[in-house]
Design a protein around this ligand. Sequence first.
Ligand code: NAI
Ligand code: MG
Length: 378
Amino acid sequence: MSHTRTHRVAVIGGDGIGPDVTAAALQGVHAAADRFGFRVDTTDVELGAQSYLDTGVALDEESTARLREHDAVLLGAVGDPRVPPGVLERGLIVALRVAFRQSVNIRPVRLYPGVTSPVAGVTAGNCDLVIIRENTEGLYTGGGSTAHAGTTHAVALQHSVTTVAATTEVVEFAFRLASARRKRLTLCHKKNILVHAGQLWQDVVDEVGARHPDVEHDYVHADAMCQHLPLDPGRFDVVVTDNLFGDIISDLGATVQGGLGLAASANHNPAGSAPSMFEPVHGSAPDIAGRGWANPAAAALSGALCLAALGERDAALALEAATAAVLAELPALAGPGMGADTAGIGRRIAQRVADADPAAIGDPATSLMSALAGLTGR
Ligand code: NAI
Ligand code: MG
């Protein structure tokens, strides 16, 4: 087979466990490229705490321009005790999501066979949903003010922004994804209290839903979701929600599916006007950095989402299956009890991908990897 297709991927390892889990994930990505006959050319981009401490800027224009030349960005994690909280998270990650118009945050919540959920009753058969979180608006735009700061009369105003434009873009993507999967969409909000934003979301869901009559849709309040998601994940297929609620319920989802070491995500630009960015949900984990105990599964599954979004469906499915199989072999999902170090787990995933039989991949059309490849692949 000739190696004609080449995908250019920028890699930001970042801080703490970020570089280690990313290196392990890349072993799986490269193995998948070799096995399925394409190339992944990577460029390391040094961003994160050290470059911020050296230069005083979290994200400079030259780095943004370099990242933009790629087909996708893989990110490890950023965050460092030497840098004030928020500087890198907002100045780098949020800034990239906005600059690259990554309005759709994709967070799969899937329990793989052989992995035990900390929540009793959750099984591989009833836990396979996708949270679609609006990624650029809501309360996270940062606008607001504080009057009488530091006094007993202090008043803080924190603005929330909800536009029809961004909401429609994310809801349209969620319906298309649901249509490719089990054809059920749930809007999660708090429309009984946040009446203005909530009504806008509901109106957009009703309007976009009318164009997707094959997809059933319903509504769940964000607080009620915190009960339904752990107790009855099987009732959900695609959950669409705003930035704040998405942040909260997707961490709950990460716990349900086995922990932060297993939770992957994509920051997706649905228009294709700039690269999408793929990253584990976890942060830089300074408490375990350098010990070799970080679980690279979340990073590897983010690599699989990246391959799917690049249109490499079979490679994505093989990398996902290999990661799930290695997870099922581990005696523990994090810490010294894992039985292998981060790089060793990366090697095992890569070996399984190398041994994958392309004829046995099948066509699980409703899987997220297949659906994503169908929706975004070039
Ligand atoms: P964290 O996700 O880094 O860690 C939370 C807990 O989970 C820690 O006990 C950690 O050891 C454990 N953990 C995380 N990933 C793991 C893995 N792959 N394997 C095994 N255990 C894992 O969140 P935390 O501690 O709140 O934040 C640390 C830093 O990361 C902060 O600076 C924070 O702002 C930043 N952060 C960055 C994110 C990003 O780059 N997207 C996302 C979340 C936090
Ligand atoms: Mg979060």
